[in-house]
Design a protein around this ligand. Structure first.
Ligand SMILES: NCC(=O)CCC(=O)O
Ligand SMILES: [Mg+2]
Length: 333
C-alpha cells in the first residue's frame, strides 16, 4: 500500500473532524455580527417602499420606513449602514444635487443620527446617482470622465455629508487623488474624526447590474461602461498600487469590490498592508445566490453564511453585504 503521507496512520486529519467539539476547537475563522455592514437604498418622500426585482428581499425605502430598518439593524447589533440614494429629480450634467445640504442623503443622515446615534453611517461619495449620463464623474464632450474636475465636486459632496453627521465617507468613484483632496478638506474644515472608507480597488465589473437597477442609473448609463476609471478585472498588482496611494493620501479603511470573484485581491492587500480591509459582496453576487436558492438549487442560508465566512478566511475584516440583516439573525439564533 502506498501512502501519500508517510506519517499515516499516525496522522489522521479526520480525527479532529469527527466531533463537533473538536471541529469548533480547531476552527480558524469566524463570522460575527461585528463584521457586517448593511447597504440601504433610500427614496425621496414619505411612506414609500419598492421591491428591487433583481435583488429579492432588498427594498428602496423613504426615510420614515428606513427608520424601521435602521432600528432592526441596531437591535441585531449590525455596526453600520451604508446609504445609497435613489435620486428621481434634480439630475444634471454638473451633479449639483450631490452637494445640496438639504438633499436626500444629508437629510437622511441627520434623521438617522438623531434617532440612532450609536449606529455608524457611511455615505457614498460618487456622482453617478446625480448625473444624467450615469457616470461617476463629470464628462467632457467625448464622454471621458474628467478626473480633477470631478474630484472638486467630490470634495464638496464629502464635506456636505460630513457636515450632516456622516461617520464615514465612502468615495466609490475611483478618481486619482480624491482621497487626498477629501482628507485635506475635512481637516481644514475641522472634521478630524470623519473616517474615509476608500473604495480603493473597485473593478469595472459586470456584477453591479442589479445595483444599477436599484438606484435607477442603469437607464442613464445605457451601453456605456466605466473602464476608464474602474480597474481591469485582469489586474492585481494595480490593486496594490491603488491601496498604497489611498493609504498614503489618508484613507482609514480600504475596500476591494466585488467580493467573491476577488478573494485573491483581498488576501494580497491584507498581507501587504495589514490595515482595515473590507470586501463588498455586490448586488450580482447577492442576486446569484438568491436566484439559485429560489430555484431550490442551493440552500440559501448555508451558502450565504459560507460566502461570508470565505471573506474572513481571505483576510477581510468585514463585509458590505445585502445579507447583513439575514446573517445577523442567523448568528443571533
Ligand atoms: N458604489 C456602490 C456600488 O457600485 C454597488 C455595487 C453593487 O452592489 O453591485
Ligand atoms: Mg485610486
Amino acid at each position: 500500500m502506498i501512502f501519500a503521507n508517510r506519517y499515516f496512520p499516525a496522522t489522521r486529519l479526520r480525527r479532529m473532524r469527527r466531533d463537533d467539539f473538536s471541529r469548533r476547537l480547531m476552527r480558524e475563522h469566524t463570522l460575527t455580527v461585528d463584521d457586517l455592514i448593511y447597504p440601504v437604498f433610500v427614496l425621496e418622500g414619505d411612506n414609500r417602499e419598492q421591491d428591487v426585482a433583481s435583488m429579492p428581499g432588498v427594498k428602496r425605502q423613504s426615510l420614515d420606513r428606513l427608520l424601521y430598518t435602521a432600528e432592526e439593524a441596531v437591535r441585531l447589533g449590525v455596526p453600520m449602514l451604508s446609504i445609497f440614494p435613489v435620486i428621481e429629480n434634480g439630475k444634471n450634467n454638473e451633479a449639483t444635487e450631490a452637494y445640496n445640504p438639504d438633499g436626500l442623503v444629508p437629510t437622511v443622515v441627520r434623521a438617522l443620527k438623531a434617532r440612532f446615534p450609536e449606529l455608524g453611517l457611511m455615505t457614498d461619495v460618487a456622482l453617478d446617482p446625480y448625473t444624467i449620463h450615469g457616470q461617476d464623474g463629470l464628462i467632457d464632450d467625448a464622454g471621458y470622465v474628467l478626473n480633477d474636475e470631478t474630484t472638486a465636486v467630490l470634495v464638496r459632496q464629502a464635506l456636505c455629508h460630513a457636515d450632516a453627521g456622516a461617520d464615514m465617507i465612502g468615495p466609490s468613484d475611483m478618481m486619482d487623488g480624491r482621497i487626498g483632496a477629501i482628507r485635506q478638506a475635512l481637516e481644514e474644515e475641522g472634521f478630524i474624526h470623519t473616517k474615509i472608507f476608500a473604495y480603493s480597488a473597485k473593478y469595472a465589473s459586470s456584477f453591479y447590474g442589479p445595483f444599477r437597477d436599484a438606484v435607477g442609473s442603469a437607464g442613464n448609463l445605457g451601453k456605456a461602461d466605466k473602464k476608464t476609471y474602474q480597474m481591469d478585472p485582469a489586474n492585481v498588482d494595480e490593486a496594490v498600487q491603488e491601496v498604497a496611494m489611498d493609504l498614503e493620501e489618508g484613507a482609514d479603511l480600504v475596500m476591494i469590490k466585488p467580493g467573491m470573484p476577488y478573494l485573491d485581491v483581498i488576501r494580497r492587500v491584507k498581507d501587504t498592508f495589514g490595515v482595515p480591509t473590507f470586501a463588498y459582496q455586490v448586488s450580482g453576487e447577492y442576486a446569484m445566490l438568491k436566484a439559485a436558492a429560489a430555484n431550490g438549487w442551493l440552500d440559501g442560508d448555508k451558502c450565504m453564511m459560507e460566502s461570508l465566512l470565505a471573506f474572513k478566511r481571505a483576510g477581510a475584516d468585514g463585509i458590505l453585504t445585502y445579507f447583513a440583516l439575514d446573517a445577523a439573525r442567523l448568528l443571533k439564533a
